[in-house]
Design a protein around this ligand. Structure first.
Ligand code: 77M
Ligand code: MG
Length: 214
């Protein structure tokens, strides 16, 4: 039977990356996506912006919306302080299965919890299910029309605190116009746009970093 792109991406990691070495896993995926097949990872260019925001925030609790194959999950987790944790939500069970194996190859299972299901259902259960108080950093990279409703849900569930950072991928391509309008015009956020390119291409894209003001 024909393999899927996530399966081929995982094989490239197992073939070319060193077990327990997150940076080699990131490199192997970027090489696969540049040389073999494009895939919707945040990629190396936007990944460097992600790295700088994670290093600056130094978060203890991270929420990622949209795991896909775990590329950004591994990127973020490899920069977290010892006791810090990342919860990553993925709707698609096939993606989640691949992501768990990519994360295991990187040796980061202890810092990462992959949760399967719709973000709209899981966000209201975060406190009771995972003992989360608030998130220091949220990386939005799932369905682009879920960024705004899920942000409002995070606010309503008391999962953001004064200073929580939202970092959103793809605000230009594919684009998240309603989300951008909200975080850029709401008095409850201070927003900043980091211009970049759509992963592995020359098309414009960027990340929007928004600080929740409480
Ligand atoms: O894929 C999903 C939804 S989550 C992935 C969201 N991410 C994107 O869509 C995304 C897309 C692009 C992009 C794609 C084509 C272009 F021409 C240009 C850009 C880039 C990104 O960086 C992204 O993050 C899913 C869920 C449940 C299911 O059952 C299922 O089959 C699929
Ligand atoms: Mg993306």
């Amino acid at each position: 039977t024909q393999s899927t792109r996530p399966q081929r991406l995982l094989h490239a990691v197992q073939k070319n990356a060193t077990r327990g070495d997150p940076r080699s896993v990131v490199k192997a995926i970027d090489n696969f996506c540049r040389q073999k097949e494009w895939a919707m990872n945040v990629g190396d260019e936007k990944g460097c912006i992600l790295d700088s925001v994670v290093s600056e925030v130094n978060p203890v609790t991270v929420l990622e919306l949209g795991t896909y194959c775990g590329y950004s999950t591994v990127r973020i987790a490899s920069l977290l302080p010892p006791r810090a944790k990342i919860i990553t939500l993925e709707f698609n069970p096939d993606y989640a299965k691949i992501a768990r194996q990519v994360i295991a190859w990187a040796g980061l299972e202890d810092k990462i919890q992959v949760v399967e299901g719709p973000s709209g259902e899981w966000i209201p259960k975060m406190k009771e299910q995972f003992g989360v108080k608030t998130f220091d950093l949220v990386f939005l990279d799932h369905w682009k029309d879920r960024y705004l409703p899920d942000t409002k849900l995070l606010e309503d569930c008391g999962l953001l605190r004064k200073g929580s950072i939202l970092l959103a991928d793809n605000v230009i391509c594919p684009g998240t116009p309603d989300y951008l309008e909200y975080v850029r015009n709401s008095p409850r956020y201070k927003s900043q746009y980091f211009k970049s390119h759509l992963e592995y291409t020359k098309a414009e894209d960027g990340l929007e970093k928004s600080v929740f003001l409480g």
